[in-house]
Design a binder for this molecule. Sequence first.
Ligand code: DER
Length: 230
Amino acid sequence: NDAARLKEDAARHALDYVEDGMRLGIGSGSTAEAFVRVLAERVAAGLQLVGVPTSERTASLCRELNVPLSTLEELPELDLAIDGADEVDPQLRLIKGGGGALLREKIVAAASARMIVIADSSKLVDTLGAFPLPIEVNGFGAVTTYLAIERAASMMGLSGALTLRKNGDAPFITDGGHLIIDASFGRIPDPEALSAAIHAIPGVVEHGLFLGLANMAILADPEGVKVLNS
Ligand code: DER
């Protein structure tokens, strides 16, 4: 369908930036999985690379498609990370975490010399925040953490529902064993300030604001592919 084709268009365009012998961070979500599928074609055709996956789900798809994998323990510095996003703003600031993989995604993105975002153009927004901000929290004292997030946000003039992400009737548990709170703050005028305020809260493991990490965004729409550079 059209949505799948847009994801594949962006994914194929990203292949142009994957060089032989690269240490590649591989993202999570449906667009990143479209990238894994086209990457696997190139690997089958002889492209040399090793990937570090950002989720168990991406890892199993890579194994299924024979994309060679390693770990950050073996390769603590990567050349390039390719990942999706839930929102991208004109400064290439991102909201990620819709798929619950934000912690490893951010660690891998930060370990990479460059990060390229692949998405359909509907993800491009003027101001971040229409998509609820995923916040990964430790299960210990999670209600206390919830209240602290609410207080920190209100001190910045932000308010909105904070929802514990569920997996059916049970809490969603991340690959890292944590919980996720989705915060519907609405427009976030100062992402850097919000990022710092949330990081200051004990019990918060990480959040889905990716600031200063993406170097490029490859955005596909029916007219073609648009490339934004930082
Ligand atoms: O959860 C994530 O961070 C994903 O990368 C998400 O941001 C994009 O998922 P999608 O490609 O399925 O829209």
